[in-house]
Design a protein around this ligand. Structure first.
Ligand code: NAD
Length: 361
């Protein structure tokens, strides 16, 4: 039976509360299947700053590099907001992404049938939405050179950022997206602005070339402005979306609101040998320490870990189905409860899901 080493970086705030629930669900999967999970905790974010002076100690980075996957919580909080940019908690996460070459960010947006009314969109539009945005994470406008500001003699200024991609950078994220599409409904929408941007024209050429290696996947090219409209107009038309960094940043947040609550949204960052799995939400200082946080985003991140890092799709299916069943039974944390509905806390929601996972075997 396989042994998996999982680095657990819970971080700060509700990261400390939801991550143990995700770990518990993996333990249940291990018990039911005979697979052995070894969880190794590491410091990251504000907790690491308090203990070691920096947001990511070398020991945490080494732990991540030597693991099969990383279960991450969230980092940051008002306590560390006054620190200079380069020593803030978020730097720890950026460093892991860079050191582990995590260039593909996977953000699913799924509308759960029983939570349709929590979505800001009409039921008729949003019902059945189940899509995945694959965003390039390490290139494009946020990193391209030249970048900076200059001042002219008359006191006016000019600022520059550059959207630049090599064909190699495009190809590796596009291949990752095709692989994701192969595990889903085999439909891929590549989003660009090829009618205006030269970078997008190269992007489109690379997608067309890589598509020849995936004849089972139906590919379409969608302009980013059209995609932004279609996401709120006909979100069910999408299965897997792949796009560059800036477009992906905006579109993945737009897709996120379809699901209703931050507490429901998992993510994965893939690329190098080790993948990182984390809820999309932050440390929620307003509810941290109260046992109120919704652990579902963290638990669904653990399901993604099973699917994408350990290639245990059927176990991931069981975890996702267990979440669905608990919601069907009417259990809700505060963030997803309708007016007057009884709510449960973080621990109890984790218990309910862990029990359903156990029953699924
Ligand atoms: P947030 O996601 O922490 O919270 C936004 C709102 O959503 C809050 O009202 C919060 O209570 C609610 N919420 C979020 N997750 C929830 C959950 N699981 N259950 C119930 N309610 C939930 O975003 P923010 O308030 O903008 O940021 C707070 C801190 O988190 C900041 O320091 C920020 O830098 C950090 N942050 C970290 C990450 C990360 O580690 N990847 C991501 C985003 C924000």
């Amino acid at each position: 039976m396989p042994t998996y080493k999982i680095a657990v970086l819970a971080g700060d705030g509700i990261g400390q509360e939801v991550t143990p629930e995700a770990q518990r669900v993996l333990e249940v999967v291990g018990k039911a299947t005979g697979a052995s999970f070894e969880f190794e905790p590491g410091l990251a974010g504000g907790a690491a700053i308090d203990a070691t002076g920096g947001p990511l100690p070398e020991s945490s980075l080494r732990l991540c590099e030597q693991s099969d996957a990383i279960l991450f919580g969230a980092v940051g909080g008002p306590r560390w907001d006054t620190l200079p940019q380069e020593s803030r908690p978020e730097r720890g996460l950026l460093r892991i992404r860079k050191e582990l070459d995590l260039f593909a960010n996977l953000r699913p947006a799924k509308c759960f049938p029983m939570l349709v009314d929590a979505s800001p969109l009409k039921r008729s539009v949003v019902e059945g939405t189940d899509l995945m945005v694959v965003r390039e994470l390490t290139g494009g406008l946020y990193f391209g050179e030249p970048r900076g500001r200059e001042e002219f003699a008359d006191g006016s200024e000019r600022a520059v950022n550059t959207m630049a991609y090599t064909s190699r950078e495009i190809e590796r994220v596009v291949r990752a997206a095709f692989d994701v599409a192969m595990k889903r409904k085999r439909r891929l929408a590549s989003v660009d602005k090829a009618n205006v941007l030269v970078v997008s024209q190269l992007w489109r050429e690379v997608v067309t070339r890589v598509a020849r290696d995936y004849p089972q996947v139906a590919v379409e090219h969608v302009l980013v402005d059209n995609c932004a409209m279609a996401l709120v107009n006909r979100p069910t038309q999408f299965d897997t979306i792949v796009t560059e960094n800036t477009f992906g940043d905006i579109l993945s947040d737009e897709a996120a609101i379809l699901a209703g609550s931050m507490g429901m949204l998992p993510s994965a960052s893939l690329g190098g040998r080790v993948g990182l799995y984390e809820p999309v939400h932050g440390t929620a200082p307003d509810i941290a320490g109260k046992g109120l946080a919704n652990p579902i985003a963290a638990i669904l991140s653990a399901a993604m870990l099973l699917r994408y890092s350990l290639d245990r799709g059927p176990d991931a299916d069981r975890v996702e189905a267990a979440v669905l069943r608990v919601l069907e039974q009417g259990h809700r944390t505060g963030d997803i409860a309708a007016g007057g509905q009884k709510t449960v806390g973080t621990r109890e929601m984790g218990d309910l899901i862990a029990r359903e996972v156990e029953r699924a075997y």
